[in-house]
Design a binder for this molecule. Structure first.
Ligand SMILES: *[C@@H]1O[C@H](CO)[C@@H](O)[C@H](O)[C@H]1NC(C)=O
Ligand SMILES: *[C@@H]1O[C@H](CO)[C@@H](O)[C@H](O)[C@H]1NC(C)=O
Length: 482
């Protein structure tokens, strides 16, 4: 059989590339007549070397950037400008592949933010596909908002700060606009761009989603029933499961501490790479933990200085300066406060009984995979919508505050927005309550199903085969017409 090449273009940023590598590995390992090239776009200022591959059927190519002349893009469009600046080089690579006699370019797979690369696929008559790194329900929400705006002429920015609820096919319950990403409602450009992405998803020949049938059956069905949406292929959960936590001293200390705690007794609090809170909020979390009396492992980090590029959280030099006086000493027996957390390793430890999470999709899948129930405390992007899905539709999580939104722009903490210690304590009590059998049972069930899904006979493996079959069918039918 002839060798078929798929080109993946992930968005810049480690999260996107990591899941793309996982799907590329799956394809290259399991489907021998496919090979994959991943085109890497670097975020500005990034100097880390691009990943290397020892597998000849999986290659990485770094894209060169052609800086555009003219005035700099306004901040909300800077990302899209950056993508545009990589287009000429993508064009060059795709052109060379098309002309090659050694490989057959079967398709270009773009990331959820890289739809403008569909143009390049079209120029060369190559089919384009989408790899969607969030869940099916949220994909359905993006399509729904795009349809409201473009087909039904609704001014969706009107929903900003409203108490409206919208019936969306991919969710079982009407979705409050308060749990939708702020980006939908931004006036003057940013939101428009975000919603327009979904319009372009419709041009692709198929959509791979990092989810699995058993988790999001309702949403997947809804997407499949809509003939204006390309076929969707749930192929997840895609996770990096290598355990390399023992290589690092900090990880070792954390794991040793967990080893000393009883099974399912520890609450793990971790809010992702951008998860930070103001001083008053930190205090309320501390009060809640102390009052609840539960054991806890708390990943507590601070915002980067304002003048620094990027928004990734940093480590406190001295935790005492942000925690209530004496907190660390009083709770030394039951709790541990850490900086960066080896999340997957922690979630896999039997001592962990609950996860207070920002509900990034990635964390959601990891928690499910390890059978740890969550208490939702979203911060930004589509995390509020994920939280809503988990609490209301899937009944797999309890609520701390589903419509919390972090305010990155402001210098000062908005005290009106601080989630009170009472509310937090209430949430973690529900999370750790052993009588809360419904949620625990559901999570354990999904844990088992997530593992079956990517097994040899699982739904996601079958779905990936279907996807590759459709890629092959397209290529073979277009060659017979030549
Ligand atoms: C998941 O998220 C974590 C933390 O943000 C990140 O380190 C990791 O690379 C992500 N994994 C995938 C598969 O995207
Ligand atoms: C294959 O993809 C190309 C490019 O998108 C498209 O023009 C063509 O109709 C597709 N063929 C089939 C059989 O789907």
């Amino acid at each position: 059989m002839e060798k078929l090449e798929l080109v993946f273009i992930p968005a810049p940023g480690v999260g996107h590339i990591t899941s793309t590598i996982e799907v590329a590995k799956l394809i290259a390992n399991l489907h021998r007549h496919f090979s994959v090239t991943i085109l890497v776009i670097r975020p500005p200022g990034d100097v880390k070397p691009i990943p290397e591959s020892s597998d000849p059927r999986l290659k990485f190519l770094e894209l060169e950037r052609e800086e555009s002349s003219g005035p700099p893009a306004p901040p909300h469009l800077a990302f899209f400008r950056l993508i545009e600046e990589h287009k000429p080089h993508v064009r060059k690579i795709v052109g060379e592949m098309k002309g090659s006699s050694e490989i057959r370019l079967a398709g270009i797979v773009v990331d959820m933010f890289l739809t403008s690369m569909i143009d390049v696929a079209n120029e060369f008559g190559v089919p384009s596909y989408l790899f969607y790194t969030s869940g099916a329900a949220f994909l359905g929400l993006m399509f729904h908002m795009q349809k409201l705006r473009d087909e039904l002429n609704v001014d969706v920015t009107e929903f900003e700060d409203s108490d409206a609820e919208i019936v969306v096919g991919s969710y079982m319950n009407p979705v409050p606009t308060k749990v939708m990403p702020r980006a939908f409602f931004e006036k003057g450009g940013g939101g428009d761009h975000f919603i327009s992405l979904a319009g372009r998803y419709r041009e692709t020949k198929g959509i791979m989603i990092n989810t699995f049938q058993e988790l999001e059956s309702h949403a997947i069905q809804a997407l499949n029933n809509d003939e204006k949406i390309p076929p969707v292929y749930p192929i997840g959960p895609l996770m990096k499961l290598e355990n390399n936590h023992n290589q690092n001293l900090e990880c070792e200390i954390i794991m040793k501490w967990l080893d000393l705690q009883p099974d399912s007794s520890v609450i793990f609090l971790c809010f992702g790479s951008q998860g930070t809170f103001g001083k008053e909020q930190v205090k309320q979390i501390a009060l809640a933990l102390e009052k609840s009396g539960f054991r806890f492992l708390w990943s507590l980090r601070k915002p980067p200085p304002k003048d620094k590029l990027g928004f990734f959280a940093e480590e406190f030099e001295n935790l005492e300066e942000v925690l209530p006086e004496g907190f660390l000493q009083r709770n030394a027996k039951v709790g541990k406060v850490i900086g960066w957390a080896p999340q997957v390793a922690v979630l896999s430890h039997p001592a962990v009984g609950g996860f207070v999470s920002h509900c990034g999709w990635n964390s959601t899948l990891e928690s499910t995979w390890h059978g740890v129930p969550m208490a939702v405390w979203p911060l930004y992007a589509e995390q509020q919508a994920n939280s809503f899905l988990l609490v209301k539709d899937l009944e797999m999580a309890v609520e701390i505050k589903m419509d919390y939104v972090i305010d990155y722009g402001s210098e000062k903490e908005d005290l009106n927005k601080v989630v009170s210690a009472d509310l937090i304590e209430n949430g973690i009590r529900k999370l750790m309550d052993s009588n809360n059998v419904g949620i625990r049972k559901k999570v354990k069930e999904m844990q088992e199903k997530s593992r079956l899904a990517i097994g040899e006979d699982g739904s996601s493996s079958a779905s990936l085969k279907c996807f590759l079959k459709s890629v092959e069918d397209n290529i073979s039918s277009s060659s017979s017409t030549l």
